[in-house]
Design a protein around this ligand. Structure first.
Ligand SMILES: Cc1cc2nc3c(=O)[nH]c(=O)nc-3n(C[C@H](O)[C@H](O)[C@H](O)COP(=O)(O)OP(=O)(O)OC[C@H]3O[C@@H](n4cnc5c(N)ncnc54)[C@H](O)[C@@H]3O)c2cc1C
Ligand SMILES: *[C@@H]1O[C@H](CO)[C@@H](O)[C@H](O)[C@H]1NC(C)=O
Ligand SMILES: *[C@@H]1O[C@H](CO)[C@@H](O)[C@H](O)[C@H]1NC(C)=O
Ligand SMILES: *[C@@H]1O[C@H](CO)[C@@H](O)[C@H](O)[C@H]1NC(C)=O
Ligand SMILES: *[C@@H]1O[C@H](CO)[C@@H](O)[C@H](O)[C@H]1NC(C)=O
Ligand SMILES: *[C@@H]1O[C@H](CO)[C@@H](O)[C@H](O)[C@H]1NC(C)=O
Ligand SMILES: *[C@@H]1O[C@H](CO)[C@@H](O)[C@H](O)[C@H]1NC(C)=O
Ligand SMILES: *[C@@H]1O[C@H](CO)[C@@H](O)[C@H](O)[C@H]1NC(C)=O
Ligand SMILES: *[C@@H]1O[C@H](CO)[C@@H](O)[C@H](O)[C@H]1NC(C)=O
Length: 643
């Protein structure tokens, strides 16, 4: 009936085509996709992709992610002059790419975009391989410190913290789900900043400005009033919609939940996912905002450039420039106007602290002279996900690898999405006390044993065996995502060496009142109700959770069993925020103000996921783009320059 490739990797927010065996098989499933890129499937191209993918898969399984940034260390300490720019942007990720594009529209401004990684390649552009892309040099390879309250089933009790490295940043590794969160998120944020311009009704124009929405699936729910056309960022629906989506939506209808456009008027309910995928290819922020403008003479894009410090005059607190390494040499670039730090929720706090901005005691303990005492890295927050496995009695049409590639080249099929089971649901649990405000998401994903899945989430061999002991066909997961996280962790310097990775303590499911884990337990209850609907019963849905060794003292499937299970199997959902939180008052922990300027320091802004002060009821990628669009306009306004 519907397809779950056998092969898939477990992921919250995600599944991936895993390809060990691909003999000859049946015909493709679908002839035409309105978004299709046209007739690219000549034999030579298909063969090229087959070879490329095979060799990348082989490399990925062997690849060891780095544990530090020593590859960026220079050969000597001579500082070379890289010149003076009006604006320097650190990090060409989801946010930095958009800022660089918008600022360089002003031709008299000289803009330097520094990025530690490199340009993406044909393999990283295939959405279906997002988890494999995390096993390449496009991932920094961070892991957390050993944990006590979650990630307990992972090697060393360390959570994986996948972060993208390259022109495109984490949008080169992500699942490309286009999601804004709830209007209440923005209204809360505006209140916290005391700035109504961040209310949803006021930021909506920036979401629309970026967007170029294509309603490729005529049956999908869509509120056009909330979407833009003609922007730089292509957004559409996966084609063909998976058969599973129908089942999932039907199950939700049986439970009297609406089917809605989750980026429209009403978020609560079940939905078909909107994706930043163009003609089957990853449409990350660099593809949308940077690649079209690389020829602008006033925009210098410097790849392989690793920033070690923002230079700030310790008397005037004026930012003067940055120090970075490139090709084993050390450089200084200076500014006329501003440095904009967009290195993401892990690296931005690290760079600030290395530059003397951070908690005084912490910096003193690492022998770094203080420029500004601020709560940098003190409130790391993230969504948390946990996948619950099921089996069914449906049959999956087998597809050869060649067929999958042909479909991909035409812009559809399983390789043309991060999660081909393109559905999701947004729910309120009993724990939520604000009305009409989802605190839990459920995403159906393909889920089954695979070496890639094991490596992607770094399961301990024992945990992995317990999760995937049965070699079942047609398994799937309902993956829940905790949205309004109460727990918080930290990002701290390991030492004052800029080539060390920071210490990341995720500290998920640790809040004192236990609201986070209570919410996830409510999620298990909700998943049980969903799978007891006619829609799921018709396909012979069966829970495939085994008693874990670590939880053997609990009655299987009792409440205490599930709480134990959740601490073993839950992992932060790769959506870290709030490590340089925006707010009114640095005494209350704020690092940047309502215009994302660092408190107490001149000519320095942080603009990326780290300024989002709490986890929103949506995934962060589109939120980052909106923030970039808005702050670019703020800068143009402050500088009285519009073009
Ligand atoms: C597996 C996975 C799936 C995800 N799925 C989704 C999804 O479907 N939808 C969604 O909305 N979100 C998703 N996310 C999260 C989303 O992609 C991120 O929240 C978002 O990309 C963060 O953007 P950013 O600009 O804050 O940081 P980034 O995009 O990480 O950009 C930071 C950039 O700075 C560079 N940098 C860092 N340090 C330095 C330095 N010292 N010198 C120079 N450059 C530096 C990095 O290389 C990087 O390019 C996912 C994430 C992952 C890992
Ligand atoms: C989807 O369902 C249709 C009709 O039930 C079936 O013919 C088709 O093979 C299914 N597709 C997949 C990919 O399972
Ligand atoms: C492409 O390959 C198929 C079989 O793999 C072959 O029948 C066909 O002739 C080839 N087409 C071209 C243009 O080479
Ligand atoms: C990427 O793939 C395209 C075909 O889709 C091909 O024309 C191009 O040469 C490839 N790029 C590289 C670097 O191999
Ligand atoms: C479904 O939508 C209707 C109409 O907008 C609304 O009145 C109702 O509350 C919604 N139901 C749920 C469960 O959200
Ligand atoms: C300020 O910076 C200068 C030049 O780097 C240095 O010599 C001096 O010790 C610093 N002062 C303080 C108080 O850190
Ligand atoms: C701190 O810096 C001082 C002066 O540079 C040096 O003497 C001392 O060894 C450093 N301490 C540590 C722990 O690095
Ligand atoms: C799974 O599929 C394979 C090949 O299609 C088949 O041989 C095997 O019996 C199936 N296993 C189960 C448990 O259904
Ligand atoms: C799957 O199981 C359901 C419920 O037991 C049953 O009604 C249905 O006929 C089964 N379908 C197949 C293809 O075995």
């Amino acid at each position: 009936m519907f397809t779950f490739r056998k092969m898939l990797v477990p992921l919250a927010v995600f599944c991936v085509v895993f390809a060990t065996v691909y003999g000859d098989g049946n015909e493709g499933r679908m002839n035409e996709n309105p978004a299709g890129a046209g007739d690219k499937d000549d034999n030579a191209t298909v063969e090229y992709y087959e070879k490329l993918i095979n060799s990348e898969l082989e490399k990925a399984l062997k690849y060891e992610l780095p544990t530090n940034a020593k590859m960026h260390e220079p050969n000597d300490n001579v500082i070379r002059d890289f010149g003076t720019f009006d604006f320097i942007i650190i990090g060409a990720g989801s946010t930095g790419s958009v800022i660089a594009s918008r600022l360089s529209e002003i031709s008299k401004w000289k803009v330097l975009l520094l990025e530690a990684g490199k340009y993406p390649n044909n393999f990283t552009m295939i959405p279906g391989f997002f988890a494999i892309q995390a096993m390449t040099e496009y991932n920094w390879g961070f892991v957390s410190t050993p944990q006590k309250t979650a990630c307990l089933g992972a090697v060393g009790k360390r959570c994986v913290v996948h972060r993208g490295k390259g022109i495109g940043g984490t949008s080169l590794l992500n699942q490309l789900i286009y999601s804004r969160g709830n209007s209440i998120d923005y209204d809360r944020w505006a209140d916290l900043l005391d700035d109504p311009s961040w209310r949803y009704e006021n930021v909506l124009l920036y979401f629309k400005k970026s967007e170029d929405f294509h309603k490729t699936n005529p049956d999908a729910p869509l509120d056009w009033d909330y979407h833009g056309k003609g922007g730089d960022w292509y957004t559409n629906f996966h084609m063909p919609p998976s058969n599973f989506t129908k089942i999932f939506l039907q199950a939700n209808r049986e439970l009297r939940r609406n089917v809605t456009d989750y980026n429209g008027k009403e978020q609560l309910g079940a939905t078909i996912l909107q994706l930043n995928i163009k003609h089957g290819s990853r449409y990350d922020q660099a593809s949308a905002f940077i690649k079209p403008v690389t020829s602008r003479p006033n925009l210098v894009i410097s790849e392989g450039s690793y920033v070690i410090k923002i230079e700030i005059d310790n008397k005037t607190k004026e930012t003067t420039g940055v120090l970075f390494t490139k090709n084993k040499k050390l450089y200084r670039a200076k500014i006329n106007e501003e440095v904009i730090l967009s290195a993401g929720a892990i690296s931005s706090p690290q760079i600030l602290m290395l530059s003397g901005i951070g908690p005084q005691q912490h910096l003193e303990s690492k022998n770094i002279s203080l420029i500004q005492n601020l709560d940098v890295g003190s409130t790391l927050k993230d969504h948390v996900f946990c996948a619950i496995q099921f089996s069914s009695n449906t049959s999956i049409p087998e597809q050869t690898f060649k067929q999958l590639i042909k479909e991909y080249l035409k812009g559809y099929g399983d390789l043309a999405a991060g999660n081909p089971l393109d559905a999701a649901g947004w729910y309120e649990t009993k724990v939520q006390d604000i009305q009409d405000y989802p605190d839990l998401e459920i995403i159906p994903t393909s889920y089954g044993p695979s070496d890639f899945g094991k490596k992607f989430l770094k399961w301990k061999p024992d945990t992995y065996k317990e999760l995937f002991s049965n070699k079942l066909n047609n398994t799937f997961a309902l993956t829940m995502v905790l949205l309004q996280t109460k727990s918080s962790g930290t990002v701290r310097l390991h030492n004052n060496n800029p080539y060390s990775y920071p210490d990341i303590d995720c500290n998920s499911l640790s809040d004192e009142k236990g609201k986070d884990i209570d919410t996830m337990y409510e999620g298990i209850d909700l998943i049980r109700k969903l799978t007891q609907t006619q829609a799921f019963k018709k396909i012979g849905t069966k829970l495939e959770v085994k008693p874990l060794q670590a939880c053997s003292s609990k009655d299987f499937q009792s409440k205490s069993f599930w709480y134990c299970y959740l601490r073993q199997i839950s992992i932060p959902a790769f959506h870290p925020v709030s490590t340089c939180p925006s707010g009114k008052d640095p005494k209350m922990g704020a690092v940047v103000d309502w215009n994302m300027r660092v408190f107490g320091v001149k000519n320095l802004r942080v603009v990326d996921a780290s300024v989002i002060p709490f986890t929103f009821s949506g995934h962060p990628n589109a939120i980052c783009t909106m923030i970039a669009e808005k702050i670019a306009d703020v800068i143009k306004f402050e500088q009285r320059v519009f073009e």
